[in-house]
Design a protein. Structure first.
Length: 136
């Protein structure tokens, strides 16, 4: 078992590399990058991957593999752990929120924005409001 200090240092390293990656995506036009899953919740293992929601209108008209190729070159410069990205356009995000897609709701309620804080908060509020309306 590895010492706790090594684990904390590794987490900091991963977090910084993910932030640099997200900032570079912002510079290229991405609207929002959200970390979700075990790394966002603090329940990750040292070798856990990073689950990311990447919202970028630059994905318009691309299939999943094309979207992956668009980001992989950027990510390889910052690579510290494998990533599992969900790559959506703003339109796709909006549709998912409007239709009440559970995964998108879960990401927005429990994730942590790396870029696009205000957009994230706006959508998180909408998800919360919709959940309250359904409860009534």
């Amino acid at each position: 078992m590895r010492p706790r200090r090594d684990f904390e240092e590794r987490d900091k390293e991963v977090e910084e590399s993910l932030r640099r990656f997200a900032e570079e995506l912002r510079e290229r036009g991405a609207q929002m990058v959200v970390l979700f899953g075990s790394r966002a919740q603090g329940t990750n293992l040292m070798e856990s991957d990073a689950d990311l929601l990447i919202v970028w209108n630059g994905f318009q008209g691309m299939d999943f593999q094309e979207r992956w190729r668009k980001i992989v070159g950027v990510y390889l410069k910052h690579f510290t752990v494998p990533i599992e990205p969900i790559c959506l356009t703003m339109e796709e995000l909006e549709k998912g929120v409007r239709e009440g897609r559970l995964l998108i709701g879960e990401i927005l309620l429990k994730g942590r924005p790396l870029i696009g804080e205000q957009l994230f908060q706006d959508y998180k509020q909408r998800i919360g409001d919709a959940s309250q309306e359904r409860a009534l």
